[in-house]
Design a protein around this ligand. Sequence first.
Ligand code: 9MR
Length: 340
Amino acid sequence: MKKNLKCFTLAVAVVSAFVFSACKESPAKTATKANMYFGVAIQPGDILDESKAKLIADNFNAIVPENTMKMVNIRPTKTLWNFSDMDKMVDFAQKNKMMVRGHTFIWHQQNSTIVNQIKSREDAFALINENINQIMTRYKGKIACYDVANEIFNEDGTFRKSLWYRWCGTDLYEEAFRIARAADPDAKLFLNDYSHEEAGTPKAEAFYEFVKSMVEKGVPIDGVGFQLHLCTDYGLKEDALRENIRRFAALGLEVQFTEIDVRMKMPASEADVAKQKGMYETLMRVLKDEPNVSTYMTWGYTDANSWVPATFHGYGDAHLFDKNLKAKSVFDSLVEMMRN
Ligand code: 9MR
């Protein structure tokens, strides 16, 4: 009798575990149901490792190559195109029904040595034209949106004196959007930047005015990227963020949160951990409220492999999964917010 009871209890436990796991929806699915993109920047190794690939596919419904599509990697020399890592990422995304962001065509960093051969404005236009056409033709219908240009402003609101700007002024930026529109008319085209998310700063104002002028001239731009590399030391001014988002909405533009992370001074205090959670949550709440925001991309998923400590010495733990790839409570909270 006792043995029968034991068997019965065991059977009930097994069945309930099965039912529970069958019903438990993955965060990726939750995001899709919520009609939003919850994504992550990945590196080629992430999808070669089975357990990391599963973690990414289960928890996110969008990806962006952290470095793979940058010129230095995808076109290391004039005649050498290295599409293999990008192809793998795009295949991975297709298999798992994930959206892909393309990042990025025009930037002042991670260019290949081809740029040293630029001797004229025409050379600069020709190179960007080739790069955009090659990449967007190859991934037509598979990459949903692109950062056509990235980080073209300084903090004081002047244009960054990159090699692109020195050769072409702002003409190249605008032309790149036209080239991209022609290459894949269905892809959405973005201008992306950091520290311009809160209305009222010199950079935010200059960025907005430039984008407004593009819209007025009929340059084919669909939206703007707010990178949102945040730090608990500075917090986040929600009102100024919303004000900025709304003025882009008034121009008919989408805003995507493109590179979210929230770094903390290490070792992190309990207060900072709570503040970090609050900042991630604020962004999710803003996304849910503002109709022209539906993309929440995080810049890397784990503290084990992060660009943050190398760039901001003494800072870290900026991501949603810890060094052991365990989801932090902030991650669960974001999923809960997407669910409701
Ligand atoms: O995360 C990227 C890191 O691995 C690279 O070494 C670095 C090179 O500058 O670029 C990082 O990604 C940047 C992104 O492309 C644009 N916005 C800022 C990101 C963090 O620096």
